[in-house]
Design a protein around this ligand. Structure first.
Ligand code: ADP
Length: 864
């Protein structure tokens, strides 16, 4: 019950309702679904623990009225929010349980966004505002009112606890509260309730409420006489009044459609659901029919039923796979990638012959921008299936995959079921993007959930926690992508067949730029080769001076930037009626009829820019282009991009090619590293200074790297005499070795040969050849072991302009993957031992320093 005296703040956040009135003393539910009301709930009521103390104003909106407050009723009710329930999916919707405290006068709206706030003045239930009950006439009227109220209660079923409670309340509350309590209880129209709200002083309120009470009593009596005991109805009324009654909708939201349930039922019957789903849907529909429409459970059940109806239980597309078409499709979209394409074709052929999808999931692994995603899109096109991309980067909650239990507020199905709902067929190509970036958090392991999705033994009965019905995923073609293998959970790895997509060589990038990226960007910017051309040397310069990547994503962006600049230049070349050219005006404003016709789509309305002129798409923000013939009269076409133009548009070169200068002191060597984003050239440096015999390593190194450094040091100590290094070199000298790019943590054994070379260079005070890079693991005995990522490393060395690369002899087999264009430029030295590394890394090697037992000096095993 409301306190006898309340003092309101001067400002209140307002919830605006369209078809109800809250009176002080009564409790109602208010559904909230308009943006402003949702903003209010989110910022005031669902954050922190101030819920119980939160007072809001409930104001009724009257469509027929206009005043200085718009259509808002001048008098409102301050309410205490008792409970907030709701769901966020598929659209946010909350229900507030509020108890009316006192009336206020709405003076003005002082804030509209993100939710309205009103300046208010309290007008009742405050000691200073309480009217004095000493008026005898009023006292007797109150007595009569109380008697009538009791009579009404007697006509109700007192065995209902809420009715019994009401009976007690009538005795306990003040006359002010009694009138509000009864007025909120009896049936009345909206204007009648507003009249009660407007009746601030007791006498007026009694005058307004008494007739409503008498009418209600009359109605109850009539019901009794006609045999309709009214008990059910009244019970319902009582229930509603004592905590359950809701205003049907808040202002501006859609009206309740009485046929909604019937429509839902028809949809369920037409959806061709499997038996188990139909049974559940009908059961839920039965429950829905019993629920009051404004209850949160009702909207949750509706959402659930909508999902069941919209899921493609038995809808699939027919595969259009035909191997020669597949070959043509893959070739049309992608340059090179021969091995990858061959493997995809084999996979598709086997699948076609077997007629099912059982078998490993393909997983494309490689640096960003090498076309992994676009290959999967091409597979979908080839198969004629819809494509759905599920990004797994950062997913650390198993519920993201498996869905949330339906009892949980804001619950929703998992990504897989959501994906199927959006593609509307049960056999799409589903890309599990960045599967190596799955996390594990406190909410279970998403990897385990994914395992269930991918396992052919289990996935024909995949049960999403939200849907709670088995759904057959066996027809979905799952394909995954990843940057690195090491972070993919091993049970998932077991299900997958890895296809490496390595980085591209300079030549491959030039070809991809010319054949694919440029045409794509020209089209996206509404240009054509008649307007803009980019010679291969220019693309090559862009790659060398503006990108450092294994893939072609930055290249695509740079080409896009040039196209954009040219599109603006062309569009700004104004062609007026007399044919004279002026540069400064923007063509969109003044194109002639002919051009107007062509650029019609973009002239009409900004928002329809792309849709209207799809044959000639104009990217957002780009002006429309005049036609070619007219352009040719005013400017020299095609524009051929030259060096000056790329420097003007892209700015000064970002990267210098080569490592000039950096390797010209002792104690520096170039190593090759593999990273998830491709191969990297790493200049390793070492210096020595007086100190205690210590080796300090910096640059965020993992434990394997630290161990490699120790092995290298031991080897150097062991061979100090041969190398003519002072054996006590560590006694009073401290060596500091640094691996640059400290922000990136590095680990792995392949830096072993580089570390030894750097140490030998430092201690013998000889410079390492500046055109040599190396990779290889070492053992204590100086044996060089094979390492991974040879292709990426060689490509990185090639990009950096290095001409000799030392690799373990056991990696010879990997050279088959390297394009001839790279092998022609690089001399690959195959080595078995550290001695061979040193012979190749230093100019003139170490002469006959490393003599073998049979008297021959060691030289690298072979050169290619
Ligand atoms: P990833 O998924 O590996 O990060 P994307 O598939 O997003 O890379 O590719 C980036 C861009 O490069 C896309 O526009 C793609 O079409 C293009 N691309 C990459 N490799 C090739 C290729 N071999 N031939 C043609 N275009 C390519």
């Amino acid at each position: 019950m409301i306190p006898h005296s309340v003092t309101l703040p001067k400002k209140l956040p307002l919830v605006i309702v369209s078809d109800g009135v809250l009176l002080p003393g009564s409790t109602i539910r208010i559904p909230v679904s308009t943006v402003k009301n949702i903003n209010l709930v989110r910022s005031r009521l669902t954050t922190g623990n101030r819920l119980r103390n939160t007072i809001i104003g409930i104001v009724t909106k009257e469509t027929s009225k206009e005043s200085h407050l718009g259509s808002l009723h001048e008098i409102g009710t301050a309410a205490l929010v008792v409970q907030v329930t709701g769901t966020n999916w598929p659209r946010p919707s909350y229900t507030l349980l509020v108890t009316g405290m006192c009336r206020f006068k709405l003076l003005s709206i002082i804030q509209e966004h993100p939710y309205p706030v009103g300046a208010v003045m309290q007008i009742d239930y405050n000691k200073s505002l309480m009217s004095d009950d000493s008026d005898m006439q009023l006292k007797s009227l109150v007595g009569e009112f109380k008697e009538a109220a009791k009579m009404m209660i007697d006509l109700l079923d007192v065995s209902v606890p809420a009715v019994a409670k009401l009976k007690d309340l009538v005795e306990q509350v003040s006359s002010q509260q009694l009138t509000d309590l009864i007025a909120s209880f009896v049936r009345a129209t909206l204007p009648e309730k507003l009249q009660v709200l407007d009746a601030v002083d007791l006498a007026t309120r009694l005058k307004v409420t008494f007739p409503l009470l008498l009418r209600h009593i009359q109605k109850l009596k009539e019901d009794k006489e006609t045999g309709d005991t009214g008990s059910r109805k009244d019970l319902k009324i009582v229930k509603m009044t004592r905590g359950g009654r809701g205003l049907s909708r808040d202002a501006d939201s859609y009206e309740d459609d009485p046929n909604e349930i019937a429509e839902l039922e028809a949809k369920i019957r037409e959806a061709n659901l499997p038996e188990h789903a139909l049974k559940t849907a009908m059961k839920e529909l039965g429950r829905l029919k019993q629920m009051a429409p404004h209850m949160p459970e009702s909207s949750m059940t509706r959402n659930y039923l909508d999902l069941i109806v919209e899921l493609p239980w038995s809808v699939s597309v027919k595969d259009t796979c035909n191997i020669s078409k597949a070959r043509a499709d893959l070739d049309a979209d992608h340059y090179g990638l021969e091995k990858v394409k061959r493997r995809i074709l084999e996979y598709l052929a086997v699948r076609q012959l077997r007629g099912d999808l059982k078998g490993p999931i393909l997983c494309f692994v490689g640096p960003p921008g090498v076309g992994k995603t676009s290959i999967v899109k091409s597979i979908a096109v080839t198969l004629g299936r819809p494509y759905y991309r599920m990004s797994l980067g950062g997913v650390s909650d198993q519920h993201d995959i498996r869905g949330h239990r339906r009892t949980y507020i804001g619950s929703m199905p998992g990504r897989v079921i959501q994906g199927l709902r959006s593609v509307k067929v049960n056999n799409p190509v589903m890309l599990l993007d960045e599967i190596d970036k799955l996390g594990t958090g406190i909410h279970g392991d998403p990897g385990a959930a994914l395992l269930e999705v991918l396992d052919p033994e289990q996935n024909s009965n995949f049960t999403d926690t939200y849907l709670n019905l088995p759904f057959d995923l066996s027809q979905v073609l799952f394909v995954a992508t990843a940057n690195a293998l090491s972070t993919i959970p091993s049970p998932l790895m077991d299900r997958m067949e890895v296809i490496h997509v390595p980085g591209y060589t300079q030549d491959e990038k030039v070809m991809i730029g010319t054949l694919h990226l440029l045409p794509k960007q020209l089209e996206e910017h509404g240009l054509s080769p008649d307007i803009l051309q980019m010679p291969q040397e220019i693309i090559s310069t862009i790659i060398g001076e503006y990108t450092r990547e294994a893939g072609v994503r930055a290249l695509e962006r740079k080409i896009g930037a040039i196209c954009r600049a040219v599109a603006v230049q062309v569009a700004e070349t104004k062609c007026d009626d007399t044919g004279t050219k002026t540069d400064s005006d923007v063509i969109v404003a003044e194109v002639d009829d002919d051009q107007m016709h062509k650029a019609e789509g973009s002239q009409k309305e900004d928002s329809t820019l792309e849709k209207e002129d799809s044959s000639h798409p104009v990217p957002e923000g780009s002006p429309a282009l005049p036609n070619l013939a007219q352009l040719k009269e005013h400017m020299e076409l095609p524009i051929i991009v030259d060096l000056k133009m790329i420097h003007d548009i892209l700015g000064p070169p970002i990267f210098q090619s080569g490592l000039t200068g950096r390797v010209s002191v002792p104690g520096v060597a170039v190593g090759l590293a593999w990273t998830p984003v491709g191969g990297e050239v790493m200049v390793v440096e070492a210096t020595s200074s007086a100190g205690d015999s210590n080796l300090t390593l910096t640059g965020q190194l993992g434990s394997v790297m630290q161990e490699s450094a120790k092995i290298a040091l031991s080897w150097v100590r062991q061979h100090a005499e041969l190398l003519r290094i002072d054996k006590d070199f560590l006694k009073d000298e401290e060596i500091h070795m640094h691996f640059p790019a400290g922000a990136i943590s590095k680990d792995g054994p392949s830096a072993g040969v580089t570390i030894i070379t750097v140490l030998v260079s430092l201690l013998t005070k000889r410079c390492v050849r500046s055109d040599v890079a190396m990779t290889g693991e070492i053992t204590l005995n100086g044996v060089v072991l094979p390492v991974g990522g040879i292709k990426e490393k060689l490509l990185a060395a090639h990009r950096a302009g290095l001409t000799t690369v030392i690799i373990p002899a056991a990696n010879k087999k990997d050279l088959g993957d390297i394009p001839n264009s790279v092998l022609n430029d690089i001399e690959v030295v195959l080595v078995n031992t550290v001695e061979e590394v040193l012979q190749a890394a230093f100019d003139d090697g170490f002469g006959d320093m490393f003599e073998t037992d049979n008297g021959k000096s060691v030289s690298p095993s072979s050169k290619l």
